[in-house]
Design a binder for this molecule. Structure first.
Ligand SMILES: Cc1cc2nc3c(=O)[nH]c(=O)nc-3n(C[C@H](O)[C@H](O)[C@H](O)COP(=O)(O)OP(=O)(O)OC[C@H]3O[C@@H](n4cnc5c(N)ncnc54)[C@H](O)[C@@H]3O)c2cc1C
Ligand code: SF4
Length: 326
């Protein structure tokens, strides 16, 4: 499969990247290219202009409270300060795809990853044989045919723990910068997926200084541990006060069109002991609240059942202190 022709632009600053985007509304940003370029080869929503970010060095910095969009997944996974202060972020970066992909795949590309669906992530000829679909070139959805909404599955891992830890995303656009809480960033729609405006660039992720007070965990189900996309991910962030829960955030990820913060389950445990029975109860509640559809490799009923198992694992790991660097 060949890449379609496009004009490549190479800004060296955020301001230049934003200006280029204004000049070429029919364009995509390119970071590591591990998602965008395979999609282009499959002729999925290609654009005539591509704005490469690889020379925008100001976006590469990493610290436990601020991570640049161009930080690679490998750099995040190898960063000692991240492991020290927010280990779940460093660990999750290392659970994404394969070592080769993590060498070039970036934080920004992960947060902006295209939603996936069995009927979308296919070659042009394959999609043509089913008359395409709503998300690329067609008029109907093959997963929920009576609907006009796309149910493509959210498949990026890092947003799960970042939402649980209370991160905010910084965006740069023609009228300046703004911050959006990660929990408000994603929309439950496989096409209109997020709050970033088309002329904005995602520049930084900010973690609150209090994030390091949480014990967190991310548990991910995939078909092949070596490189597959998540079939589900459960992120938890737990803050204890003595023997009882002061705060608990649980995010069900990669089960629907967007990560889902299950506020009521977490807040129901505030002021209580996190006993084995309480963990079992919370895990059962997660199973009842998630609604996967049939558009990934594993069946919705299996993913739903596994949401309970993986929530239990996440809560047990968080209770024990969170992940440690191998
Ligand atoms: C075999 C395989 C397995 C994978 N497994 C996983 C997995 O397990 N978990 C997972 O989460 N991902 C997985 N991925 C997806 C992907 O590799 C990663 O999510 C990676 O982090 C994407 O980053 P990138 O820099 O390569 O993004 P790119 O491909 O460069 O960009 C992806 C999208 O983000 C947009 N974008 C990039 N940077 C910015 C920015 N700063 N501002 C605005 N928009 C931006 C691009 O326009 C594009 O739409 C997998 C990919 C492959 C090929
Ligand atoms: S959920 Fe429906 S519209 Fe969305 S990608 Fe899949 S088939 Fe297409």
């Amino acid at each position: 499969m060949l890449l379609p022709p496009f004009q490549l632009h190479e800004p060296t600053t955020v301001a230049e990247a934003v200006a280029l985007r204004q000049l070429h509304p029919e364009s995509d940003f390119l970071a590591g290219g591990t998602d965008l370029l395979p999609n282009y080869k499959w002729q999925l929503n290609t654009r005539p202009h591509v704005i490469g970010l690889h020379k925008v060095d100001e976006l590469r910095a990493i610290s436990p409270t601020k991570i640049g969009a161009l930080a690679t997944l490998k750099q995040m996974n190898m960063d000692g300060a991240l492991w020290q202060e927010v280990p779940v972020v460093a660990q999750t970066a290392g659970l994404i795809a394969s070592p080769l992909i993590r060498n070039s795949g970036t934080l920004g590309g992960n947060l902006m990853l295209e939603n996936r669906c069995f009927f979308f992530n296919q070659s042009y000829v394959w999609r043509e044989s089913i008359d395409f679909c709503l998300k690329a070139g067609g008029t109907a959805c093959h997963v929920v045919p009576q609907e006009t909404k796309c149910y493509a599955t959210f498949s990026a891992d890092l947003p799960g723990p970042l939402i649980a830890l209370g991160a905010t995303f910084e965006l740069a656009g023609p009228s300046g910068t703004r911050r959006v809480p990660a929990v408000e960033f994603y929309k439950n729609d496989g096409i209109d997926r997020h709050a970033k405006r088309p002329d904005e660039l995602l520049t930084f992720v900010h973690l609150p200084p209090t994030a390091s007070q949480y014990r967190a965990s991310y548990q991910k189900l995939r078909q092949r541990e070596s490189w597959d996309f998540p079939e589900l991910g459960i992120a938890v962030a737990l803050k204890m006060k003595g023997e009882t829960v002061e705060d608990l955030q649980i995010v069900a990820n990669a089960l629907e069109c967007a990560p889902k913060l299950l506020r009521d389950i977490g807040s129901g445990l505030r002021g209580k002991k996190l006993t084995d029975a309480a963990i079992d109860e919370a895990a059962a509640a997660v199973e009842t609240q998630v609604r996967p559809v049939k558009n990934t490799n594993l069946s919705p009923s299996y993913r739903k059942r596994m949401a309970r198992v993986f929530t239990k694992r996440a809560l047990l790991e968080a209770r024990a202190g969170g992940p440690r660097r191998a």
